[in-house]
Unconditional design. Structure first.
Length: 221
């Protein structure tokens, strides 16, 4: 498969509906190119899901099928840990009176995808009020999260919209934001408007706050 063919074939597989039959790769080299591209864009589990959904998985070479299934199960297991840690963090902050907003992947995986295994998570993003950052850090540390370097409270807050990355014994990376952008970009977002726009969402009996759909689009675009 030529390099310029792999993206098109990947997109055809990932589409929820196809107007014409999906043309799968026909050689090991073509499959390797497609899987490599899926890995770069972190959509391996979605490829597996779509092939199953469209009844195409029985046409996939066994070695590729085994690889995709293994990745799908691995991502599902890893995501379940992220979801568990996210719930613990949100509950902890809520119980201690710290408003919080779940950002990006952790919200999308609960609200957009039909299965929680279909988006590869790399971290948890939470936003808290700037005046409650220290309280948030104390709470987060109480359940085993720690930064890879000491926090410089003056410099980190002035130069970035988030604190240094936290991690725990599950190797779950956590980013604590006090804004959603920094520098000149920060002027495009009114922090008060962000907090005013937050909405309550529910997933499997678990309630959390995230940005409104409109603000989510503005944030990601």
């Amino acid at each position: 498969m030529e390099n310029n063919e792999a993206p098109q074939k990947l997109l055809e597989i990932l589409k929820s509906k196809n107007e014409t039959p999906v043309v799968l790769p026909t050689s090991g080299e073509e499959w390797r190119a497609l899987i490599r591209l899926a890995s770069i864009h972190q959509v391996r589990s979605l490829v597996y899901f779509r092939l199953q959904e469209k009844g195409l998985f029985n046409r996939v070479p066994q070695i590729v099928a085994d690889h995709l299934k293994r990745d799908y199960l691995m991502i599902a297991g890893r995501n379940s840990i992220f979801l568990q840690d996210h719930r613990e963090l949100v509950d902890l902050l809520n119980q201690n009176g710290v408003p919080n907003i779940s950002l990006k992947g952790m919200h999308f995986i609960r609200s957009v995808y039909p299965e929680v295994s279909l988006r590869e998570l790399v971290d948890i993003d939470l936003m808290v009020p700037k005046n409650q950052l220290r309280q948030s850090v104390d709470l987060i540390r109480s359940i085993g999260f720690e930064t890879y370097r000491p926090i410089d409270w003056d410099l980190d807050i002035k130069t970035s919209h988030q604190l240094p990355v936290f991690t725990n014994h599950n190797q779950t990376n956590l980013e604590i934001h006090h804004s959603i952008s920094s520098g000149e970009e920060e002027q495009n977002f009114d922090s008060n408007e962000l907090w005013f726009s937050k909405r309550m969402y529910n997933h499997g009996g678990f309630s959390y706050h995230s940005l409104s759909p409109e603000m989510t689009i503005l944030y990601h675009c």
